[in-house]
Design a protein around this ligand. Structure first.
Ligand SMILES: [Zn+2]
Length: 470
């Protein structure tokens, strides 16, 4: 089947050709005249667990703070991209997890939640980065969560259970992809792994350059393959990082990692490259109903979009896909007399709820100290004594120890913050909503306005004119 037939029915395409004769300027502008070219490179960008409300609010927050809005929505406002809604279901549920979500794109088949490119009957689906690597392209992944986490893994490996990240690290060693960057020291370091293996040493033996901090990454001109691991688990939230000098110096931003990856992959490369870029902690923040964590990590993702589009606009041979794997917690602004003013307070937040609740756990000993700590992190806004009592009781009842960071009163704090942020949430978990998808560059004109997640697998192969004979 020809590429053109696959994604657009012929009558629509005929209308497009006709329209172009009469409105060539508008048509060419909006489509960037990419129709006839194949995509040499593909950059697939995922803001993990990004509900539409997250995209909306990040754009509004940027409008308030810099008067411009987000790069993602600028692509819409300027008519530069093709846009679709995407059905994100998995083989086992209308509501996917990130493993099945990434597998649908990565392997071209829906699999049950929790699985990486392995169907319920055990059938395995070869991931797209392995296909593109076999076709001669360079390939890689960049993320703000462990590089062994579900979204990069869904493009890379086949494994029944996403949970075994130590095994995934070893699979990456076999695959020898050109760039792998994110967090996840827990799965590479001999002192952290259950089997005591020094996976870094094995990567070094294969002539990889290993980066463990931002400075070395930014200074590097190495042409060797790259493994970059900048945290034990996920990288710090963008909001916490931007208010902590030490974190700023030690950990790169998603935009910095993306820029470096693109520079590295595009250098002296006639065959092209395929790169996945993930803002993984947008999902984590949504699970925690953490407004500051959510919106500033979405904004950090948006800064990576700028790097990618700047490259793609110059290069003109790069297909860029920007989307999410599923909604999460469906946050949104709620009507009230003070909603505009309340939302603008987000500009003055200095730390995430995740950071704040851990600080409170370690240091707070009275209602007033809790209220003060929240005021410091939330631009002078804070909760009542009555509410502080609820938080303190939570800690007293759930004393799981200093490092039990999972057991924090995220939900109660988000509920209390509503009165000064006007942000509401429907839950603390993934949702089944159809999600936004934007495509820019050669091949993007073939995008249908409504797609199912697994269809993107063929869409990418066809845009790059790589035969799927694996
Ligand atoms: Zn999630």
């Amino acid at each position: 089947m020809k590429r053109r037939d696959f994604f657009k029915n012929s009558s629509l395409f005929a209308f497009g050709s006709l329209a172009s004769q009469f409105h060539s300027d508008i048509w060419m502008n909006s489509k960037n005249n990419f129709q006839t070219k194949k995509a040499k490179n593909i950059i697939f960008m995922v803001s993990d667990g990004m509900s539409t409300g997250t995209l909306n609010m990040a754009d509004r927050l940027l409008q308030i703070s810099n008067g411009k809005g987000s790069h993602w929505l600028d692509l819409y406002r300027e008519g530069k991209i093709n846009r679709a809604l995407m059905d994100t279901a998995s083989a086992s549920s209308l509501v996917t997890d990130s493993a099945a979500g990434s597998s649908s794109w990565g392997g071209g088949k829906r699999v049950p939640n929790g699985s990486l490119n392995v169907s319920a009957n055990g059938e395995k689906h070869l991931p797209i980065l392995q296909k593109f690597k076999s076709s001669g392209k360079k390939v890689g992944c960049v993320t703000t969560v462990p590089i062994t986490h579900a979204t990069p893994a869904g493009f890379s490996v086949m494994q029944k259970d996403r949970g075994d990240q130590e095994a995934i690290a070893l699979k990456y060693l076999d695959l020898e992809f050109d760039v792998m960057m994110g967090g996840g020291n827990d799965y590479f370091s001999s002192s952290k792994r259950a089997d005591g293996k020094d996976v870094y040493a094995s990567f070094k033996q294969k002539d990889f350059t290993i980066f463990r901090n931002r400075k070395d990454l930014l200074a590097s001109k190495s042409d060797q393959k790259i493994l970059g691991v900048f945290a034990d688990g996920g990288l710090p939230y963008a909001l916490d990082r931007s208010n902590d000098k030490e974190l700023e110096e030690s950990t790169p931003t998603l935009a910095e990692m993306s820029k470096h990856a693109i520079k590295h992959l595009s250098k002296n490369n006639d065959e092209g490259f395929v790169l996945q870029i993930e803002a993984g902690k947008v999902d984590w923040a949504a699970h925690a109903n953490d407004a500051g964590g959510l919106l500033y990590d979405q904004i950090a993702f948006d800064e990576a979009i700028k790097e990618v589009i700047d490259f793609a606009e110059k290069d003109r041979e790069t297909l860029v896909i920007i989307t999410t794997d599923h909604g999460n917690a469906n946050p949104g602004l709620i009507k009230s007399h003070d909603v505009d003013k309340n939302f603008s307070y987000l500009q003055n937040f200095t730390h995430t709820n995740d950071w704040l609740l851990q600080q409170i756990k370690m240091k707070a000993n009275s209602f007033s100290s809790i209220r003060e700590m929240i005021a410091n992190a939330n631009g002078d806004k804070t909760i009542t004594d009555e509410e502080a009592k609820i938080l303190l009781n939570f800690y007293n009842k759930n004393n799981g120890g200093l490092y039990n960071t999972g057991n924090l009163p995220y939900g109660p704090l988000a509920e209390m913050q509503k009165k000064y942020t006007s942000i509401g949430w429907i839950s603390m978990d993934h949702s089944g909503d159809y999600v936004e998808l934007a495509a820019f560059g050669p091949g993007s004109d073939e995008l249908k306005p409504f797609v199912k997640n697994y269809e993107l697998h063929q869409f990418m192969l066809q845009s790059a004119e790589v035969e799927d004979n694996f």
